[in-house]
Design a protein around this ligand. Structure first.
Ligand SMILES: Nc1ncnc2c1ncn2[C@@H]1O[C@H](COP(=O)(O)OP(=O)(O)OP(=O)(O)O)[C@@H](O)[C@H]1O
Ligand SMILES: [Mg+2]
Length: 371
């Protein structure tokens, strides 16, 4: 091996240290994915070399294999002083090496990454008393809005028995499982995890205990989240246990109460907000959903009116601080239709935030929540 080829190998290694694994957010060199780099003169007298790079992916058949090899090709092609022809050999890590890597990542991250002091992540737990008022639709569209606005956004489907986020985001894949550490599935720019993504045996393994508290902790600790700007939790309906688990596991979480305009929904919604009297959790505000339906330019109040304001007033009084009514969202058939097709309705088919209608409403809500 000549000095030349060693220099080239070192320079390539340096370049590869800037290739970031999209799931783990770390460079491929850091992660030990570059097993060898070997430069050999091409033998035709020019400054040309064949460069063989052995890449070890974390799991065989990793879905990101192509992205990573493209980036490696790009890094090699950008070498300035010679023509390099890359040959990339892809294998996967040995079981032991992967176990070490996962142990490293876990040790660095400790347990639940969201309860350390000074964390920048804003956490909003979307709750309601009554079922079917639109928590999941609000969560999905709000998450898609945050992502479209450029926030690093994550969402947890904390409705364990009635999960709905995989469907609303059109997710049909399973999270990659790295020796017990799960990668969230990214859809429409949002990092997602839901019990609905796991089938059969995997679901049973993940679900080691029947307790809700446990399942939330697993989602927090066993999933590689990085440090998103925003984390949304879609809670199950009711006034109950999950909100308490959230308060315990996520001391920074802020509750957002969703209601419809009619009294039957708003009364229970107030109770779901009153959980903040029992646990140290702030109620950030109220969202009234299905407030009106626009028909020939007229706003029809199909479900009556005043529910959101009532919840806001009652929670403000009971909790002793302002719990504002933050949004009134229209009844929009498209919201259900696109939801069923696997795309949050605030997004265009190309994934941009819609400028009109509910796109605008959700943008205003997102901006208000972040203030
Ligand atoms: N603003 C809206 N316009 C039209 N349809 C809506 C709207 N919000 C929600 N829906 C529809 O109402 C139904 C219930 O909504 P969603 O599943 O979001 O409620 P939820 O509160 O999460 O329900 P659950 O309590 O069962 O979890 C869905 O079919 C959804 O598409
Ligand atoms: Mg729901």
């Amino acid at each position: 091996m000549t000095a030349d080829t060693r220099q080239i190998e070192a320079a390539i290694y340096e370049r590869l240290s800037r290739v970031i694994d999209p799931e783990l957010g770390r460079s491929v060199t850091d992660l030990g994915m570059i097993a060898a780099i070997n430069a050999v003169p091409a033998g035709d007298g020019r400054a040309a070399y064949d460069v063989t790079i052995q890449v070890e992916l974390t799991v065989p058949g990793c879905p990101l294999s192509e992205t990573i090899t493209n980036q490696i090709n790009g890094a090699v092609a950008s070498y300035p002083d010679a023509t390099l022809t890359p040959h990339i050999e892809v294998t996967s890590m040995s079981h032991d090496k992967l176990a070490d890597l996962v142990a490293d990542l876990k040790a660095e991250r400790k347990q639940n990454p969201f309860n350390k002091p000074g964390i920048k992540t804003r956490i909003f737990a979307i709750a309601s008393g009554k079922g079917g008022v639109g928590k999941s639709s609000v969560t999905a569209n709000l998450a898609a809005t945050f992502a479209a606005l450029g926030y690093d956004t994550a969402a947890i489907d904390a409705d364990i028995y009635g999960f709905s986020l995989p469907k609303l985001f059109g997710v049909h894949t399973q999270p990659t499982n790295l020796n017990g550490m799960l990668m969230p599935v990214t859809a429409w720019g949002v990092k997602l995890i839901s019990i609905g993504m796991f089938a059969g045996a995997d679901r049973a393994i993940l679900w080691r205990g029947p307790r809700l508290q446990r399942s939330l902790e697993q989602f927090l600790a066993d999933v590689w989240w990085g440090e998103p700007d925003v984390l949304l939790l879609d809670l199950a309906p009711g006034t109950g246990d999950m909100a308490i688990s959230v308060a315990q596991a996520l001391p920074n979480a802020e509750l957002v109460v969703v209601t419809t305009p009619q009294p039957s929904a708003s009364d229970v919604a107030v109770r779901s907000g009153l959980v903040a009297l029992q646990v140290p959790m702030k109620v950030r505000g109220v969202v009234e959903n299905m407030s009106w339906y626009e028909h020939k330019g007229e706003k029809l109040r199909i479900f009556g009116e005043g529910g959101g304001q009532r919840v806001s007033d009652q929670l403000t009084e009971a909790l002793g601080y302002d719990v504002p009514l933050m949004a009134q969202l229209p009844l929009e058939p498209e919201l259900r239709e696109t939801g069923e097709s696997g795309r949050p309705a605030v997004l265009t088919p190309e994934g941009a935030l819609r400028e009109d209608g509910i796109g605008r409403e959700f943008r205003a809500l997102a901006e208000r929540l972040m203030r």
